[in-house]
Design a protein around this ligand. Structure first.
Ligand code: SF4
Length: 331
């Protein structure tokens, strides 16, 4: 049975922070906090759709720091979600939320568990204190470690979110963040290349020339490595890059954003593996057999992988073969 999330966006009500990348104008402006009755109605409506499609879902409170919103409102939302889980036990399997590392405590975890919270994602962003400070996060890497251990001890699933290319960031700092994430053994990870939005501190630094983030090419190479290593460590990478959004495209000054960012990284991994497989072979014409599900990854966007191999002297065509990853045959 397929599993999904029913996402409920909770705006960052009264967030006292000013993280360098966060668009405070839009978060404090139009977005209204959802009313509990609207959330209940949404969950009723979605339960029918999900049941008809034989799907299950977690009720996901995303968009901000769920455990930092006013306590009464947070408990009202949890009461609504918990009631929906009881009304539709065949559909709703749990509740998940995203929050800041410094807003986790034993007391809040006990409370969340009581309402049926099954997964918490921490917006860690980096495990470099220098990068966290430069980007005005207001918490430390130690806060991430402490919160992660508390969440795991509570029996709630741990998710970690990281960014690449923040102000003061380096490839080494990103790899160190990945290694520290792996050591914390989360169940899931989300990876977000930095998008520089107008109206943010990063936007100002970018306009003044003080800050340049990683290039697109550098980010793809780096994030392909993150995807490969997290996956090898048994950690599910459940998101790469911001969701496609007209607002982001409109407010974006720079940084890395592509609606198919994950596919591009998957394709880069495939290119690296094809290069490795070809490295012992003479230059010439080859067929790469791979499972049908890998064909577009193998060829790359606009056949970029084929072009790159061709420039190296390998004329490759890709053909489907069930169950194969990369099997080479000379033409
Ligand atoms: S990203 Fe930072 S500033 Fe924006 S809502 Fe979250 S904690 Fe607040």
């Amino acid at each position: 049975m397929k599993q999904t999330n029913i996402s409920i966006f909770i705006p960052h009500i009264g967030c006292p922070h000013k993280c360098s990348f966060c668009d405070q104008k839009s978060i404090s402006g139009e977005q209204k906090a959802p009313r509990c009755e609207d959330v209940a109605a949404l969950l009723d409506e979605q339960a029918e759709h999900l049941r008809n499609r034989a799907m299950k879902a977690e009720i996901a409170f995303f968009g901000g720091s769920f455990t930092a919103i006013p306590r009464t409102y947070m408990e009202e939302l949890l009461t609504v979600a918990n009631a929906a889980m009881k009304r539709y036990p065949d559909v709703y399997t749990g509740i998940r939320c995203s929050t800041r590392p410094d807003r986790i405590s034993e007391e809040i975890l006990l409370l969340l568990k009581g309402y049926g919270m099954t997964a918490i994602e921490l917006g860690a962003q980096s495990m470099s204190d220098e990068v966290l400070t430069l980007n005005r996060r207001g918490h430390t890497a130690e806060d991430v470690r402490t919160a992660a251990e508390l969440i795991k001890s509570s029996g709630i699933e741990l998710g970690l979110q990281m960014m690449t290319g923040l102000y003061g960031d380096s490839e080494q700092a990103v790899i160190a963040t990945m290694e520290q994430f792996i050591a914390l053994k989360p169940a899931t990870v989300r990876i977000y290349p930095t998008v520089i939005l107008d109206g943010t501190h990063l936007g100002e630094l970018f306009k003044s020339g003080e800050y340049r983030t990683f290039s697109f090419e550098q980010t793809v190479t780096l994030c392909a490595r993150l995807l490969r290593e997290f996956t090898a460590a048994g950690i599910a990478v459940i998101r790469m890059g911001l969701h496609a959004s007209e607002d982001v495209e409109h407010a974006m000054l720079g940084g890395v954003y592509h609606p198919a960012f994950r596919e591009i990284c998957e394709s880069r991994i495939f290119l690296e593996d094809m290069k490795k497989a070809l490295s012992d072979m003479d230059r010439g014409d080859y067929i790469v057999y791979t499972d049908a599900k890998n064909i577009s990854r193998a060829t790359g966007q606009k056949r970029c992988n084929i072009a790159e191999l061709s420039a190296l002297g390998y004329n490759v065509s890709v053909k489907p073969c069930t169950g194969e990853y990369i099997r080479l045959c000379a033409k």
